[in-house]
Design a protein around this ligand. Structure first.
Ligand code: HEM
Length: 510
């Protein structure tokens, strides 16, 4: 009997191992090859991938030998961060494929294909997220139409007064967060005898974190900040996860995974605690959390699914809105420091419009030079360098049959600096090109996409622009600044395009 049990056990274990082997073989070899052969049959080729890693090794090698973008006269992030794209494009043509681990990627930067991809809303490909449909208006993501109504993503018409009300609420909280930053710079300048060498990166992150905590959690924003710190740690732990491109690796209880799981649990518990406290208080704040809660109430989800929905939405907003805005502010201030003529020009505009008052919605709208500088900064240093979509069903773009499972990539940095579209000075900082808006700045405006385009366009785009304008206008009206000798220009690709060595500015009071 005992021998029989052992035999059954061994057979089951063998069947399990064999099953796992076939699953892995399918995921790592059969499926990727099937996708590649469908693309190959349409004349699309690319670098041959190696087992498990795909083309990761070539990418690393090409990056290590790339010329660094070390001058602030020309700005060529694409060449410094994605040199392999240029090599592959030269070798395999405009549209090519490559592999990251077992993920198959179709790189398609051709203008007509980009248009089709970014506007595609059929099936699940590029479908607007729940967040976007429901919360766009709260974040000021709306387009003021010619008759004064606001068209928002959920296609409800919001009254302009309501829209302005929301923007005003945001301006109040942004200004409070900027004040904290200005005070800390003033103290530093005094302590350092009139001129301070400030590493601005962490300051921008605290500012942006503060804004997003308040926007999300309103009155309970100190709790929001606690959640936020955990999310930051979680993001760091996730980026360290070894071999995360290997299927199933994230389920193996190695230390890094265990740390990430513990943080995930903490974040979940903290968010749900704020939610239950809020329910007890029957608070009805119109912050993002309240919108998420109302959205969850309307849906008929189980308790667990409701909790997941709330936690995921809060995480999304944090992760999407925090570093993106901070990094954009850092690049923009770096460019203003490197270009004193533009710094003076934007300051003059701010002084003229604000006349020493705190900027309000009307003043912000009038800041044209400021908008041009921010647009140009987002063109040369778009924090999100790639627009990536996964085909969740078989699809067709620009005549290419894209099978289910393939990821389609548009490389934003390359699109933003293509001389064909932007002219011979594409790599130069020249905000003047935006004097007639985005449409006047290039031949094909749909290729300018710092916030993405189409149905999944950034939900916090307007909030981010308002944040940047208030922050920069208050800095400009209080201080003058230049690049510190400690600043070493170089862009690095972490999760976002960031200054590799941070940005140091020499700041003095006006
Ligand atoms: C300068 C700052 C920012 C930049 C450059 C930026 C950029 C982007 C980009 C490129 C996307 C992807 C669009 C796509 O895949 O088509 C995105 C999505 C998103 N952004 Fe932003 N973003 C910024 C600020 C913010 C802020 C402040 C928030 C929230 C408060 C936010 C919330 C989101 C959300 C929720 C999404 C996902 C939308 C969806 O998938 O439906 N972003 N953002």
């Amino acid at each position: 009997m005992e021998a029989f049990t052992v035999k059954v056990f061994i057979s089951l274990a063998l069947a399990g191992v064999l099953g796992l082997f076939f699953r892995l073989y399918n995921a790592l070899v059969v499926k990727p090859e099937k996708l590649r052969s469908i693309l190959r049959s349409q004349g699309i080729s690319g670098p041959p991938p190696s087992f498990l890693l795909g083309n990761i090794r070539e990418i690393k090698k090409s990056r290590s030998t790339a010329v660094k973008d070390s001058s602030t006269d020309t700005h060529n992030c694409a060449a410094a961060l994605f040199p392999f794209f240029e090599q592959w494009r030269n070798k395999y043509g405009q549209v090519f494929m490559f592999s990251l681990g077992n993920t198959q990627i179709l790189h398609a930067n051709q203008p007509d294909i980009v248009r089709e991809i970014t506007t595609c809303s059929s099936l699940d490909f590029g479908k607007p997220s729940y967040l976007q449909r429901e919360f766009g208006p709260l974040l000021g993501q709306g387009i003021l139409t010619s008759n004064g109504a606001v068209w928002a993503h959920n296609r409800k018409i919001l009254a302009p007064e309501l829209y302005m009300e929301k923007v005003k609420g945001m301006i109040g909280l942004i200004t409070e967060s900027v004040d904290t930053l200005l005070n800390s710079w003033r103290s530093k300048i005094e302590a350092e005898g009139g001129i301070a060498d400030i590493r601005i990166d962490e300051h921008m992150k605290s500012f942006s974190g503060d804004v997003i905590s308040r926007a999300c959690f309103g009155g309970s924003y100190t709790k929001g900040e606690e959640i936020f710190l955990k999310l930051k740690a979680l993001q760091e732990a996730m980026s360290k996860k070894a071999f995360s491109f290997i299927p199933g690796m994230r389920y193996i209880p190695i230390k890094r995974n265990r740390d990430a799981w513990a943080l995930q649990k903490d974040v979940r518990n903290l968010i749900l605690k704020v939610v239950s406290e809020r329910k007890e208080l029957a608070a009805h704040e119109k912050d993002l959390l309240q919108m998420v809660l109302e959205g969850a109430k309307k849906s008929e989800l189980s308790q667990e699914a409701t909790d997941n929905f709330i936690v995921d939405n809060c995480k999304n907003i944090y992760l999407a809105g925090y570093e993106t805005t901070a990094v954009s502010a850092v690049w923009c201030l770096m460019l203003l420091a490197a270009n004193p003529d533009w710094q003076a020009r934007v300051r003059e505009e701010v002084v003229e419009i604000c006349k020493g008052r705190t900027p309000d919605a009307d003043m912000i709208r009038k800041m044209k030079q400021m908008t041009m500088v921010i647009y140009e900064s987002l063109r040369l240093y778009p924090p999100v360098p790639v627009m990536s979509r996964e085909a969740l069903a078989d699809m067709k773009f620009g005549g290419i049959h894209v099978p289910k499972g393939v990821n389609v990539w548009n490389l934003v940095v390359t699109l933003h600096t293509d001389p064909e579209n932007w002219g011979p000075d594409a790599l130069k900082f020249n905000p003047e090109r935006f004097k007639n808006g985005i449409t006047g700045a290039c031949k094909l405006p749909h290729l300018y996409m710092p916030f993405g385009v189409g149905p999944r366009v950034c939900l916090g785009q307007n909030l981010a622009m308002v944040e940047l304008k208030i922050l920069i206008s208050l800095i400009l009206s209080n201080f003058s600044f230049s690049l510190s000798p400690n600043y070493k220009h170089s862009a690095a690709l972490r999760l976002l395009i960031e200054p590799e060595n941070g940005v140091n500015l020499l700041v003095k009071k006006l």
